[in-house]
Design a protein around this ligand. Structure first.
Ligand code: NIG
Ligand code: FE
Length: 425
């Protein structure tokens, strides 16, 4: 008896399942468990994975409405990018040149440029312009194999403009094939009208912006979790201010994320653990004690190697120490116009292998399953286990390791989201 399914993908040289370990992300030594099936196939029905197994076996047992012949290529889960600032207008190419000339990122920010330069552009833009410019990036992100992407607000920094960004993100979520996870980041920088009055700006976030965002969220049908995030860094928000921002979001039903230890360590990673944040991100200057704390917590440690690379820095997340401590390591692009305009998770994997010294298998698990846990969707996406969304990629190569080994091109041939082909070259 054959079972009728919508889709059978056959003749894959490798199918990388990237299974959950103990019902959760791949932590510590378990990172890089790929569950590879060689000469494999994937059966899909109702937009979900039904089974992964030997192609010869699945061809006999399933009667598929549509068959895709992977023709000896590798199949991997769609990438999950759990940290982006994808919603913006304009660019900051001039600051890139200033940095090459010796100015630092935080110096440019203190002089009124940096994040606040994009804030000026976003405040002046219409929601249509925001949607159009962001859609173009999102389309490239999808073609590079990312099927689930987190997008933060944070270039509005007043209530009206933060709501405009949120509206743009939800419009894209409604029209685009990628799953979009929204994050409220009113605490991304201190806007010019609050210069020198960070506590007053935090009051605005806590008492006005967060409730207004929560109210607007109720008008959308929201299928993914919604997050609150803060840039916990000297020159942005200190530890006490970061705590207030996150607690306000938590009170309004959001889940916590944090930008911690990007340039200096002021305790952001420990705060993440204390508040049971879903993820702590950047983690470049994280002290040993906080690495140990992350190793014992559910908080996913998200490394963003495109950011130090984009800034021309040489210090990266101490990934081996985090893995050694038992942490769940994930990767993300941090795609933004200032530090890292990077739309490619495979490029992030390529950087991570070289500068974080993780293996291609560890990088793949960090960019898929663990990244899904970093946006609270570990039970729905990120691996090719039965019951999960059928989000998968057919590569142009027969070995997944080429994703990290090569760089500068795009090795994704076909992108399948919820069982539908959404991009193909
Ligand atoms: O994660 N650090 C804060 N936010 C971004 C940069 C955003 C920008 O410069 O526009 C980051 O690196
Ligand atoms: Fe960021």
């Amino acid at each position: 008896m054959t079972q009728r399914v919508d889709l059978l993908i056959t003749n894959a040289s490798q199918v990388c399942v990237v299974p959950s370990v103990n019902g959760g992300p791949q932590r510590g030594k378990a990172l890089g468990t790929l569950g590879i099936v060689t000469d494999g196939a994937v059966a899909v029905d109702g937009g979900q994975i039904v089974e992964v197994g030997a192609a010869a076996d699945l061809r006999l047992r399933y009667d598929a409405a549509r068959t895709i012949n992977a023709d000896g290529r590798a199949v991997v889960p769609g990438f999950v990018d759990p940290h982006t600032h994808l919603a913006w207008v304009g660019d900051r190419a001039a600051e890139f040149e200033q940095r090459i000339g010796g100015a630092t990122y935080m110096e440019i920010m203190a002089a009124g440029g940096g994040i606040n330069s994009t804030v000026r552009a976003v405040r002046a833009a219409s929601v249509e312009q925001l949607v159009d410019e962001t859609r173009a990036r999102l389309n490239r992100v999808l073609r590079n194999g990312t099927t689930t992407v987190e997008i933060k607000t944070g270039y509005g920094l007043d209530t009206v403009s933060e709501l405009k960004l949120l509206d743009a993100i939800f419009r894209l979520a409604a029209e685009h094939p990628a799953t979009i996870v929204p994050t409220f980041m009113g605490a991304h920088a201190v806007p010019p009208e609050y210069d020198g009055r960070t506590d007053a700006f935090v009051d605005l976030i806590v008492h006005e912006m967060t409730p207004a965002v929560a109210e607007r969220l109720r008008s959308y049908s929201q299928e993914t979790p919604v997050f609150v995030d803060v840039f916990c860094e000297p020159g942005a928000f200190d530890l006490a201010q970061s705590r207030r921002v996150l607690e306000a979001g938590l009170t309004h039903g959001m889940r916590a994320k944090i930008h911690a230890d990007e340039f200096a360590s002021i305790g952001g990673a420990r705060l993440a653990v204390e508040l049971s944040a879903v993820s702590a991100d950047h983690l470049v200057t994280t002290p040993d004690a906080d690495i140990v704390a992350l190793g014992q917590a559910d908080t996913v440690a998200v490394a963003l190697p495109a950011t130090p690379f984009g800034l021309g820095h040489t210090h990266y997340t101490p990934a081996r120490a985090l893995i050694g401590a038992g942490a769940a390591l994930a990767l993300a692009t941090d795609c933004n116009p200032g530090t890292a305009w990077c739309e490619s998770m495979p490029f992030v994997m390529a950087l991570a292998c070289r500068y974080l010294r993780i293996t291609p298998a560890e990088a793949l698990a960090a960019a898929t399953l663990n990244a899904a846990y970093a946006v609270g969707l570990g039970d729905q996406v990120g691996s090719l286990e039965p019951g999960k969304q059928a989000d998968l990629l057919i590569l142009d190569v027969d070995d997944y390791r080429h994703l990290a080994y090569r760089f500068g091109g795009n090795l994704v041939q076909t992108v399948i989201k919820g069982g539908q082909v959404v991009a193909s070259v």
